[in-house]
Design a protein around this ligand. Structure first.
Ligand code: ADP
Ligand code: MG
Length: 700
């Protein structure tokens, strides 16, 4: 190939220094290559011509053939507008210019057929088209313009300075002329033929100058595949390099603790999903490489026992283990739960939180260093410098999104060889997205709930039905159940939310008077110790109602609580609603979730409420959430590259993502260092990756 695609854009015919500056500053286009990878946002169908009498008030962009019969100038607030009467054989309409009027008057010919193009308005009983694109019919017919006309990304500044879509089209044409439309192939030939993909050159030609719909579709497919494929190559290689570079402890024996527990103390049969996940963890732990695994499982899916049994594997190999939770309450619950599981075995477990006193700490520190303590459970307190393990082999982190990556690696710093790390989360991330976001972590999923769970009955109620809801609450309390009432807490309007919460609390206190009823309240403005006290009263069933803001969202386990009432439910995100609902349905009783809202609901709110009442599948809910919000708001996506894709969309193109991951994996498992001649293009492309921020800067 003769043309170097790294040539600065200034050198391209039709660009020049001014346009080059604009292209750089507005679209980040510095080189030929940047321009070739400026993909159209959409395409206009220019095969259709409209008659003026066919126009409708909500017509989109239209193309009309007709003649200008005259101009008039109309004064307006500031300056004037130029109006032309435009006529075809059916009717007439107006064309309007607010700028560039002199040029139009001097250059546009009267009574000669033009093709005009643009978006029509309905104004003063007449159709009008402001700033139409115009071309003489005679030259329009000579042009070998493609039927689908690309619309490129643009900015206001670009179009104001005359770099219109048409100009972009023209310079793109010039680029193809100069390069003869030949571009280096960047996918291995094996994949091209197996998937019948267009070649690189064909794909680029058809993305910019599509002749037919089906070729455009194939061009899009190939370019999306390529983009996702190289992200996957990058992630999988990162993971492989991590594994080969970061040695881990090899837990080669499954020993007494694990076997004894499995044979004699397992409180229930494990679900198949739990068994599968344990096997995956077991494999990691015996592999000589450090485990770095994300365990996803919906609320109540039984992650705790998996965590505990993984800890037993560490103990069997004479290592210590720790479990870090985001709140004190959760840490206490884990401590109680794991102590129960470990009861009949000779295992020492301790709890370390901000509230642990000096003498408790002293003992814990000493026992940790001597190795007398096997398992340490706690909060951030685990990260303090004084906490030194004799040999930490496994670190488990619950509810991952509350801890940053930096905090996580602080745990590692406690050893010369980093411990295996298992991160547990109940925030379901659709698998496809997880692959592109956490592709460098290994992922296990518990996708099955323990048997015998009753579905939580979820209903949507309007505020005016509050009396009925109160009656229902009374009945449930009569039966011995406990109830959560949750209010939204959004940063911007903290004061108003606080007022809502307090008003709600007072009306609840009125409806449920002491001493018959006891009510807890927990909100963000309370001191941690007061929060814990109130929470603990609810956990111990000293109170029947818990009025709270979303501070209770994470992990609390009160099996006797069977009703979750969410106030102003329309203000919560889907995943948050799902998390909140997960606080109930933990015991044997039928549980309920009541979503309270006012009457006015946005379309999105309606979808959220409908989704909640329809399904309790966390992954399905996450998919809907993702569609509503886009990946930008999902935890963890901010740091990853998925938001900066140029042509693919991790949600809409999840099938392509899956396929690209399959091929990336297949290539790398057969040839991890990409030395095979067939994979040379992959290696070259991957190597260039480090040099550029954006994938499309090195592809092609
Ligand atoms: P989460 O994944 O939300 O942390 P937990 O580990 O707290 O879930 O488990 C929720 C409840 O389900 C606990 O009471 C636990 O004892 C119970 N449980 C877990 N696994 C099973 C199982 N295989 N069979 C029956 N009950 C189970
Ligand atoms: Mg849990």
């Amino acid at each position: 190939m003769s043309t170097n695609l790294q040539t600065p854009i200034d050198y391209l015919k039709g660009v020049g220094p001014n346009r080059a500056d604009l292209l750089r500053s507005e679209l980040g286009i510095h080189t030929y290559q940047d321009l070739i990878n400026l993909f159209p946002n959409r395409y206009l169908d220019r095969t259709q011509y409209y008659k003026i009498n066919q126009l409708e008030r909500n017509s989109a962009e239209v193309q009309i053939i007709g003649k200008i019969t005259g101009f008039k100038e109309i004064a307006q607030n500031r300056g004037k507008r130029l109006v032309a009467r435009f006529q075809d054989d059916t009717s007439s309409m107006e064309l309007v210019w607010f700028r560039g009027q002199k040029w139009i008057k001097e250059n546009v010919k009267l009574n000669v057929p033009y093709v005009i193009f643009g978006k029509v308005n309905w104004f003063n009983g007449l159709f009008s088209l402001p700033h139409p694109e115009m071309e003489l019919l005679s030259s329009h017919e000579q042009n070998l313009r493609s039927a689908m006309q690309p619309v490129y990304p643009s900015t206001e500044k670009l179009s104001n300075k005359g770099v219109t879509n048409k100009v972009l089209n023209t310079i793109m044409q010039n680029l193809f002329l100069e390069t003869n439309g030949r571009f280096v192939e960047t996918l291995p030939s094996g994949i091209l033929s197996e998937l019948k993909l267009l070649s690189k050159s064909e794909a680029l030609l058809n993305i910019h100058f599509p002749k037919q719909q089906d070729l455009l579709a194939r061009a899009e497919f190939r370019l999306k595949f390529e983009e996702l494929f190289y992200i996957q190559i990058q992630l999988i290689l990162k993971n492989l390099i991590h594994k080969s570079k970061i040695k881990g402890f090899n837990f080669d024996s499954v020993g007494t603790y694990f076997n004894t527990f499995y044979k004699h103390h397992l409180p229930f049969d494990l679900t198949n999903a739990q068994k599968r996940v344990l096997k995956e963890i077991r494999q990691d732990l015996g592999s000589n490489a450090q485990m770095n695994r994300l365990l996803q499982g919906d609320v109540g899916s039984g992650k705790t026992i998996v965590a505990f049994m993984s800890m037993l594997m560490a103990l069997d190999n004479n290592f210590q283990a720790c479990l870090m939770a985001p709140t004190e309450i959760l840490a206490i619950q884990h401590y109680q739960g794991l102590s129960e599981l470990a009861e009949k075995m000779d295992i020492s477990i301790a709890l370390l939180t901000g509230s642990s006193n000096r003498s408790q700490r002293k003992i814990i520190h000493a026992d940790l260093e001597s190795g007398a303590l096997h398992i340490l459970i706690g909060t951030h307190a685990l990260l303090e410098d004084k906490v030194k393990f004799q040999n930490l082999g496994l670190a488990i982190i619950d509810e991952q999104h509350r801890f940053g990556v930096a905090q996580r690696s602080k745990l590692w710093a406690k050893n010369t060889i980093p411990p295996h790390v298992l991160v547990m989360t109940a925030t379901p991330i659709p698998r496809t997205l997880a692959m592109s976001v956490y592709g460098d972590l290994d992922i296990s999923v518990i996708d099955e709930l323990p048997p015998g769970r009753q579905k939580i009955k979820t209903v949507h109620r309007f505020d005016k039905n509050r009396l009925k809801v109160m009656r229902f609450m009374r009945d449930e309390i009569e039966k011995g159940r406990q109830i959560y009432i949750v209010y939204p807490l959004i940063q911007e309007s903290e004061k108003m939310d606080y007022k809502d919460l307090m008003d709600g609390y007072e009306s609840i206190v009125r409806e449920f008077p002491q001493p018959k009823y006891q009510i807890s309240i927990v909100h963000g403005q309370m001191k941690p110790a007061d929060k814990d006290y109130e929470m603990q009263r609810f956990v111990n069933a000293q109170t029947q109602i818990m009025v709270a803001t979303t501070v209770i969202e994470v992990g609390v386990n009160v099996p006797n609580a069977s009703v979750m009432i969410i106030e102003s439910a329309e203000r919560f995100g889907l995943s948050q609603l799902h998390q909140l609902r997960g606080r109930v349905g933990r015991g044997a009783e039928q549980s309920y979730c009541i979503l309270m809202t006012g009457h006015k609901l946005s379309q999105d709110s309606k979808v959220r409420l409908e989704t909640m009442t329809r399904t309790s599948d966390g992954f399905e809910i996450a998919e809907v959430d993702l569609k509503l919000r886009g990946p930008g708001d999902i935890m963890g996506t901010q740091q990853s590259g998925v938001l900066h894709l140029k042509i693919a969309d991790v949600i809409k193109d999840k099938d392509i993502l899956q396929s690209s991951r399959f091929y990336a994996k297949r290539i790398l498992s057969a040839d991890p260092t990409l030395v095979h001649p067939d994979h040379k293009v992959v290696l070259q492309t991957y190597r260039a990756l480090g040099k550029y921020k954006n994938i499309w800067n090195y592809i092609s």
